[in-house]
Design a protein around this ligand. Sequence first.
Ligand code: PMP
Length: 359
Amino acid sequence: MIYNFSAGPAMLPASVLKKAQNELLDWQGLGVSVMEISHRDPIYIQMTEAAEQDLRDLMAIPDNYSVLFMHGGGRAHFSAVPQNIASADATVDYLNSGVWSDIAIAEARKYVTHVNEVAKVAETPLGKAIPPISEWALSKNAAYLHYCPNETVDGIALYEVPEVGVPIVADMSSMILAEPIDVSKFGIIYAGAQKNIGPSGLSVVIIRNDLLATQQERVCTVMNYKVQAEQHSMYNTPNTFAWYLAAEVFKWLKAQGGLEAMAELNRAKSSLLYECVDNSSFYRNTIAPQNRSRMNIPFQLADSNLDTLFLEQARAEGLVALKGHRFVGGMRASMYNAMPVDAAKALVDFMTRFEKAHK
Ligand code: PMP
């Protein structure tokens, strides 16, 4: 048994992969693969419409939002967002909560003159924390506020949605579909697919329709939200196979009990791991409890000389891809929706034995 803790591309539900395998050469009795038919074929369009409806049902997306299936993963939207909904001389606000926010900020600076960092992560007695929203240095007339609710590299999460009177843009790449959220609090939600949705390269955008009206002419047409909304995400040829797999993941999620069930599962998995780390002086996590991610859990061994041995022995037990991001070091366990609770139990069991042997 292999448990794959990769941060992304990450594990997908085995039943979804098996179904894709079964129908790889013959999709819906057509005698050809889903990759080999036109995206404009009515049977394919029917699939995309069902996918959109399933996503709308799962996330309770209100009718005044468009759902787009686009190219370019998460990063494409670091530049698409400012280009689409801010003019070149606008002011935009960004929370800097970690590596991905930082990259999004650098990208926004290419397109907008005034990019204001409203707050950044600070050391506190309880660990690294995002300052309270009431302390953020918000601009007076920002076109939007951007934040990343779950920083995949740092393992930092913000569970409160900032409500500050301007459209909220959220990079949900590593937490979309992991728990119910109130979509109506957001102007734009975007996410690369390769954690909780499907294969990399695909991205999902959920945009409030009034923001389509703020459309800037200069945007590269493939990344133009208004054009893609009008053309049902088929301005150019979409990634048809990735979209099909995403559709299967949405069906799987519904069958699992939807996002409430996922939230419960994700809480259970992450609590097991944080408890293990907190009850030990051998392992540590440096994030303040209120900002700890339930998806990506970085932890360090007190003695980093043991890192290689830890990774080798974990791998020998089928616990793979636990090496931390090069910016943070140590270990990182990513546990998205497809990861069963048994994986967290197996990891904790291994960590407990490893600690006993090397303390
Ligand atoms: N945002 C977040 C939060 C991410 O975790 C990632 C990828 N790990 C990205 C953006 C970038 O995604 P992509 O590589 O698909 O462009």
